[in-house]
Unconditional design. Sequence first.
Length: 193
Amino acid sequence: MASDTRIGDVEVFDRVARLYDLKPATRRRKLEPALALADRDIGRVLDVGGGTGQGVRSLDLPDGVVVDAAAEMLARAREHDVEGARGDAARLPVADESVDAVLILDALHHMARPDAVIEEAARVLRPGGVLASLEFDPTTVRGRALAAAEHLFGFDSRFFTAADLAAKVRAAGLSASIPRGGFEYTVAGVKRS
Ligand SMILES: C[S@@+](CC[C@H](N)C(=O)[O-])C[C@H]1O[C@@H](n2cnc3c(N)ncnc32)[C@H](O)[C@@H]1O
């Protein structure tokens, strides 16, 4: 699959992949409040728009897989022994009900079809599984600054409030909540049996 800016911010990440891990890494404590809501043990984790695999690596689980559209980001993930598949988050190359948790971390605002991405996350979750999406609130001072900086950098980022993202998660059929609020918030969605 060729890099395609129509599906999201991908080409820029291909260009900066070698430097990406210089940014502060995703921390496990930011994900745990959402993952704790799962109604099943978490074994297989799918990190959507997972880039270099920071999310999977922070959880230190044996069965974590990244799906990302940027080949260079996936190459960096593989250097960290994280398995990866190239694809569009809005059309996941993953079977129905095959994972216990889906992570979408600092990525949904870069994707062109966020509603389809969340529907795909709901499709691949096993009953009792959980979606954890970490995003940034554009109504906060830091959120406005981040949005302006990303647009200057050339990204097409579109940010959501936590309430708006929770509504999208609910619309995809998951039980939505906001276990962590603020500038950098987490929305969870549990797939009820
Ligand atoms: C800011 S990075 C976040 C990477 C990782 N989740 C993290 O927290 O470090 C955003 C990632 O989303 C990916 N991306 C953007 N649009 C995408 C799409 N439609 N499908 C799959 N990946 C996409 C980019 O290639 C990039 O690796």
